[in-house]
Design a protein around this ligand. Structure first.
Ligand SMILES: *Cc1c(COP(=O)(O)O)cnc(C)c1O
Length: 342
């Protein structure tokens, strides 16, 4: 067998489109705006944006000006909203690129379309009171702090938003994130801003199929070397895994520099379709799995996909699936990256 790339990320554009359609159905008439910040939660912002727009999304949301300019270069006509702060220096570029900005600190930029952001309980970006809209203002928004876990507080934020925007029905009102679209009908307003669910990852940390969502990213590698440890022998830095009986382990050429975090040791991956435990300290460029016998070098390993969920890896790492997804190193050239139309 010839040498393989260390690992490969495969983005399923069909899954993105189907997730967008699911969210559009849940949005019941509100527009779907695709949140593709942080390189599309690690999935690839341009590919994801195109698929989401094809499926009926009407705008793209990012966090920073460079993210928006990157999208603008590929998508000449899409509506692009920069949700985070833009510096004075960046404002000219935002105008030229026909971006839309958020006013969250009292200053309302001129010569670009603006969304006023009111803080209804997130306690982060946002004004405590809405100024009267200037003629550049096209939208009014807020952000939910705990739609995935706290219905009472979410209802309170929805009520505050409804009240604050009562006289502004000519503007596009948008509040809901993925969790809110899936659970709170009253949070939908005129547009919904969905990130995590678009990628087929559950905002609730549960199995995404329960909400009709399909994971869009696969991550595959292979066993580069299988070896037998005798009792007392160990694998990896710090000798954190020591064999207590003759044990076969497989070395996989993926590590924390690829986004397989050190705190994901103990999670499962598939080796030739069978669940196997990741053991020992994860290195920068390699990890080890326990096997039940020797396997050939080149045996396929699925790190994400075929039922191995980023939600599971996140649970092992005691974090949220968002952070695992965003940390996947899909862009540096360490891994191959392909998009398929599944
Ligand atoms: C990231 C973000 C979203 C998307 O949240 P998901 O939970 O990924 O759907 C929506 N609105 C704002 C302001 C955000 O920063």
């Amino acid at each position: 067998m010839g040498r393989m790339e260390r690992s490969c990320f495969t983005l399923d554009l069909g899954a993105i489109r189907r997730n967008a359609e699911t969210l559009l159905r849940a949005a019941e008439g509100a527009e779907l705006w695709a949140v593709v910040k942080a390189e599309g939660y690690g999935h690839g912002a341009v590919d994801v944006s195109k698929a989401a727009l094809e499926a009926g999304a009407t705008a793209l949301c990012v966090a920073t000006l460079p993210e928006a300019l990157h999208l603008r270069a590929a998508l000449r006509n899409a509506r692009i909203l920069v949700m985070g702060p833009v510096s004075e220096r960046e404002l000219g570029e935002a105008r030229v690129a026909r971006l839309e900005l958020v006013a969250a600190d009292g200053q309302v930029p001129e010569g670009v379309r603006v969304h006023l952001k009111i803080d209804t309980g997130m306690g982060r970006w946002g004004l405590s009171e809405l100024p009267s809209p200037t003629r550049d203002v096209v939208g009014v928004m807020s952000h939910l702090a705990s739609a995935e876990s706290d219905p009472a507080f979410t209802q309170l934020q929805v009520a505050r938003f409804r009240e604050a925007t009562a006289g502004l029905s000519s503007l596009t009102r948008h509040l809901a994130n993925s969790a809110a679209v899936l659970r709170f009908a009253e949070a939908r307003f005129d547009a919904v801003r969905c990130g995590i669910a678009l990628y087929g990852i559950s905002p609730f940390g549960t199995d995404p199929s329960h909400d009709g969502l399909e994971p869009a990213l696969r991550w595959e590698s292979y066993v580069a070397l299988a070896k037998r440890l005798d009792p007392g022998e160990s694998t990896g830095y710090g000798r954190r895994y020591v064999a207590d009986r003759p044990t076969w382990i497989g070395v996989v050429p993926v590590g924390y520099a690829d986004g397989f975090r050190r705190d994901m040791s103990g999670t499962d991956v598939l080796v030739d379709g069978v669940r196997r435990r990741v053991v020992g300290t994860i290195s920068m460029d390699a990890l080890a799995v326990v096997l039940d016998g020797p396997v050939e070098s080149g045996t396929p390993v699925t790190l994400v996909g075929d039922g191995v969920l980023v939600e599971e890896h996140a649970r092992v790492a005691d974090t949220i699936a968002y952070e695992v997804a965003v940390g996947l190193n899909t862009r540096s050239g360490r891994a191959r990256r392909v998009a398929v139309d599944g």
